[in-house]
Write a protein that binds this ligand. Structure first.
Ligand code: PLP
Length: 386
């Protein structure tokens, strides 16, 4: 029988994370360091704002680009927290999670065969989204020795006449790496010299552990006009299930993006947008509490992993540690599979994030100290047997 599937879909690789979690879910008593979701539930005042909107009957479609009040709050927030200015009326679009923001951005800018540079190891969806949009993902491999930071020379060498854009994600999933302002400036120079666009995925910006260390590439000289800034509520505000994100970009890009939204999703849920307004107006204190808790867990995990010989850097952001498992003599998948089946700890094999992730595993610390403690005990036992 002929295949009825699109070749773009057929070429998608199954997610290494999903395969692993199917296995983890089939076992009992597993402690998961696998998920990329906050273990906190959404702060109650945010939930209340959405409940109130339902009670008041605010249940109709909003503007496609999101409610004006929410876009205004996003604009204030981005200016006060990250020193970037976007007009609420023309340069901000509310999306279904950071995921839709990435999808719409790529579909807006790519023609068939256009190349997009992706810093690896990378968030699993980037390559797939580029391919679905007709583009070609071009990996830029980083290394443990260089703290998983891209080397400017390497970026230059990866640029071809077909290169359209580069995707940046710092703080990074899966490594937790953050780029400093001068490191972003070096990349910005290359972007300007080669007339590229940049999609900067700043979904973990609030989870930067040193106050003031985060810098948005959009704030650098000459970059605003060529930057698509993607962010959302999932991580910092613990709102994954609300499916709410946003795009900040110049009008020449947002208006075509709205054409796609008009013919696909027509915008996002009105109800969740009310919660998001409350999150931006009064949510900073919750972020501070959650960030402090993540910092404490990060410090614990990094110390434990290094002590047991699984070397890792101190990640400056997000909620992941990316230790090396090379010294155990196992591949990432073998390590993760044995750890899961023998000691009931789920971590994600590093090769799920690209070939350059081989030899590492991703451990998420978006889980309680109690569970982390137990997980580290079991992991130590496992490593001692190797
Ligand atoms: N970008 C990165 C780097 C992520 O890690 C994730 C989720 O894990 C997303 C985007 C998608 O976020 P959302 O849940 O808002 O769609």
């Amino acid at each position: 029988m002929k295949s009825y599937l699109s070749s773009k879909v057929e070429q998608l690789k199954p997610s290494g994370i999903r395969r692993f979690f199917d296995l983890a879910n089939s076992l009992e008593g597993v402690i998961s360091l696998g998920v990329g979701e906050p273990d906190f539930i959404t702060p109650w005042s945010i939930c209340q704002a959405s409940i109130k909107s339902i009670k008041n009957g605010f249940t109709s479609n909003t503007e496609m680009e999101g409610q004006a009040e929410l876009r205004q709050e996003i604009s204030y927030y981005m200016k006060s927290r990250f020193q970037v200015s976007y007009s609420p009326s023309t340069e901000i679009i509310v999306t279904i999670g950071g995921s839709q923001a990435l999808d719409v951005s790529l579909r807006t800018i790519l023609n068939p065969g256009d190349e997009v540079l992706i810093i690896e190891p990378s968030y699993v969806a980037y390559g797939a989204l580029v391919s679905l949009a007709g583009g070609k993902p071009v990996p830029i491999v980083t290394s443990f020795q260089n703290e998983f930071k891209p080397i400017p020379e390497q970026i230059k060498q990866s640029i071809s006449p077909r290169t359209k854009a580069i995707i940046l994600c710092f703080p990074n999933n899966p490594t937790g790496t953050l780029l400093k302002k001068h490191e972003l400036e070096a990349i910005a120079d290359i972007i300007l010299e080669n007339d590229l666009l940049v999609i900067t995925d700043e979904i973990y910006a609030e989870l930067t552990y040193e106050e003031g260390a985060f810098c948005s590439i959009a704030s650098l000289k000459g970059m605003r006009e060529r930057t698509i800034l993607v962010s959302g509520f999932s991580k910092g505000f613990a709102m994954t299930g609300w499916r709410l994100g946003y795009i900040c970009a110049p009008e020449y890009l947002t208006q075509p993006m709205l054409e796609i939204i008009q013919h696909t999703t027509l915008g996002t849920s009105s109800i969740t947008q009310y919660g998001a307004i409350e999150a931006l107006r009064n949510g900073q204190r919750y972020i501070v509490e959650m960030r402090n808790s993540y910092r404490e867990r990060r410090n614990f995990l990094v110390k434990q992993l290094n002590e047991m010989g699984l070397h890792c850097h101190l990640p400056e952001g997000a909620f992941y540690v990316f230790p090396s498992v090379r010294q155990t003599g196992l591949t990432s998948e073998q390590f993760a599979e044995k750890l899961l089946t023998q000691h009931k700890i789920a971590v994600v094999p590093g090769n799920a994030f690209g070939d350059s992730g081989e030899g590492y595993v991703r451990c998420s610390y978006a889980t309680s100290m109690e569970k982390l403690n137990e997980a580290m005990k079991r992991m130590r036992q496992f490593v001692e047997t190797l």
